[in-house]
Structure formats: C-alpha cells, structure tokens
Design a protein around this ligand. Structure first.
Ligand SMILES: Nc1ncnc2c1ncn2[C@@H]1O[C@H](COP(=O)(O)OP(=O)(O)OP(=O)(O)O)[C@@H](O)[C@H]1O
Ligand SMILES: [Mg+2]
Length: 335
C-alpha cells in the first residue's frame, strides 16, 4: 500500500479526461460521497456510503478493526478504484489522475509511509518534491514540518533510529507539506505514547483552526469525542450513524447512567434500584439506566431514605461506545 502511495505521487505527470459535470454547485462542499462501494472479491468492504463535508469540518470516522475505514480513506486518496458510487471534490467529480485535484488532498496513511534509510529532513524534502515544491518554498516547508513534528534536533538522523511516536509525527507532517485543503488521517495515533498522542492532537487541531477540512479515522471513541465536530460510525462497510456527538447521543433511549458500587449494602437494595430503570450487574458495579422521564432527584431522594451514601453513586453521560453498542449490539473493542 505504501509503495502504492508513492508510486501514485510519482505518476503526477499527465491528466486523463475526466468529466466535470455534476449536479452539485462547486465550492459549497469540500467532499461529497454518494453510494460509495468497494469489494475485495466477494467481501463488501464499503457499502453505499453517502455524506458530504462542509468546509472546515473535522469529521471522525469511528469504527472497529475491519470496519472499512482504510478502504474509505484509500478511495478518497485515489489509491484504489471505486467499484460503484462517486466522489466529488469541491463539487467536481474526483479523478485521481488530475494534478490539481490531488493537490487538494493530503493523506496520512495508517501504515507509516516513510523511507527508514533516509533522514527526517531527506524524507520531508522528498515528499515536498513529489508534491511539486521547489527552492525556498520547499526549504521553508521542510523547516516548518521538522518544527511541527518536534524533530529539529533529529533532522539528520535516519528514520530507522526513530521511536514509533517520532515516526508517526513525521508521517503526518509529510502529508501536509503542500498545504492540502482536505486532510485524510487514518488512525494517526496508533501505538504512540500519550505525549506523542497529544502532540499529534495539537498539530491536527492547529491545521483545523487554519481552515483545513479533516477526515480522521479512529477506533478510539475518546479521540473522536475530543477532536471531531461530526462523527460517522462505520461497521462492516456501512455507515450506521452520522451526526454531531450530541445528535448521536440523543438517539439513545437513555440520557444518563448511574453506576452503583457493588457491596453488601447495595446488594441488599437491587430491587429498589430496579424501580427506577434497568439494572445490569458488572463485576464491580450495578449500572442503572434510568427509565425515560425520570428525574434523578427522585432516585437520590429514595437513596437517602435507604441511607445509602452518595459516594456509592456516580452519574455518567452516555458515550459513543453506548451509541455503537446500541446500533450494533456489540462493543467497539470486541467488534
Ligand atoms: N487488500 C485487501 N484485500 C482483501 N481484503 C481486504 C483488503 N484490504 C482490506 N480488506 C478487508 O476489507 C475489510 C475492511 O478493511 P479496512 O482495512 O478498510 O478496515 P479498517 O476499518 O481500516 O480496519 P483497521 O481498524 O483494522 O485498520 C476487512 O474485512 C479487511 O479484511
Ligand atoms: Mg485501517
């Protein structure tokens, strides 16, 4: 896949004919996909995915292993052929052979796309050249990239001597040297420590603040929650849900959960908890999903009457994990 990626950049020589005619006015949307479908033999990796991105959106594609995230990214990056459906970039039909369209896209592949026998600086120079940068602009962007990746002190070291986090940071800055309007980040934080993860978050947040539209795939709901203004949940190639975090949470049949410490005192009152909703016992807690319309104050007044201390209870908002569970019947982690 990685060789594929560079090979594609190297092919930036000619443009094939590609019809512009679409029914979408140009520039209103950065990206539109309609009925996007991809098979690998009999396996349907992506099935009829349709949505649009407005300029400046930070869109999260959240799904477990094998959901179809990389397949989606690779179609938008023009690395794989679409089987059915279409991709529009700024209202124009996307044709991967078109230089001016490819220049609008930056792609951070899930598999590191770096030459380990070159230095950090040599890698960035090479990528910059592949994107058509030359002279002082190339030098400027390489210097900015090394700074953003916090690798100035290691600029002359071979990438094979870098840690996983350092490679990940370099992998991202390499994708934005040409200042793309649309950045595709495919699980950019996998396998990095919290410090590098934060550096990556800050970098993509800065790009977003500067106006870059971002598609960010992850199977960490915490990342999608923190970074993304809109989230699509994908599983088995299908887009199961799409919306802001609040919109996705609103579709759940419950709003809060109450976690109750599991001990002798609470075990004796499980029946009383059950009057307020559905109770599920886990190893250390009872999880109460309050019935619709319940005011939590009613529950806590009852607990006071039972003389159960407040420290036994924690109220938690539902998460994207609950949305995923609600949609698929399984957890994001074990999907
Ligand atoms: N080149 C390929 N040939 C055959 N099947 C493939 C190929 N690439 C992916 N698949 C299959 O397509 C499905 C979607 O894979 P994809 O890599 O898009 O998932 P993903 O969401 O990126 O997963 P992960 O979180 O593990 O990266 C999986 O069932 C995978 O096994
Ligand atoms: Mg993937």
């Amino acid at each position: 896949m990685w060789e594929h990626h560079t090979a594609h950049l190297l092919q930036w020589t000619g443009e094939r004919f590609c019809s512009d005619l679409t029914d979408e006015p140009a520039f209103c949307r950065v990206l539109t996909v309609r009925d996007l479908t991809k098979h690998y033999g009999p396996l349907v990796a992506l099935a009829d995915v349709s949505f649009s991105l407005e300029p400046g959106e930070f869109f999260g594609l959240l799904g477990p292993n094998g959901a179809g995230k990389t397949t989606f990214m690779s179609l938008i990056a023009g690395l794989r052929a679409v089987d059915r459906g279409e991709i529009l970039l700024h209202g124009k039909r996307f044709c991967p052979d078109r230089l001016e369209q490819r220049a609008q896209i930056g792609y951070v592949p899930q598999e590191l796309a770096l030459y380990v026998d070159l230095t950090a600086e040599e890698n960035l120079r090479l990528f910059g050249q592949l994107y058509g940068l030359r002279g002082s602009l190339l030098r400027e962007r390489v210097a900015e990239g090394l700074h953003a990746a916090q690798l100035e002190a290691r600029r002359h070291d071979l990438v094979k001597t870098f840690s996983g986090g350092m490679r990940r940071r370099l992998n991202i800055v390499a994708a934005v040297l040409h200042r793309p309007q649309l950045l595709l980040c495919d699980e950019p934080t996998v396998g990095v420590d919290p410090q590098s993860r934060n550096a990556i978050f800050e970098f993509v947040e800065k790009l977003h603040a500067e106006g870059t539209t971002i598609v960010y795939s992850t199977h960490y709901m915490e990342e999608a929650t923190r970074l993304c203004s809109r989230i699509g949940i994908i599983d088995h190639g299908k887009l199961l849900a799409l919306g802001t975090l609040d919109e996705l949470l609103e579709e759940l049949p419950f709003t809060e959960q109450i976690r109750i410490a599991r001990n002798d005192a609470t075990a004796a009152q499980v029946g009383a908890f059950g009057e307020f909703g559905n109770v599920v016992a886990t190893d250390e807690t009872y999880v109460l999903r309050p019935r619709a319309g319940l005011h939590l104050s009613e529950f806590f007044a009852a607990m006071e009457r039972l003389e159960l201390p407040y420290r036994y209870f924690t109220v938690t908002r539902p998460t994207l994990e609950n949305v995923f569970l609600h949609r698929t019947g399984k957890s994001l982690r074990d999907a």
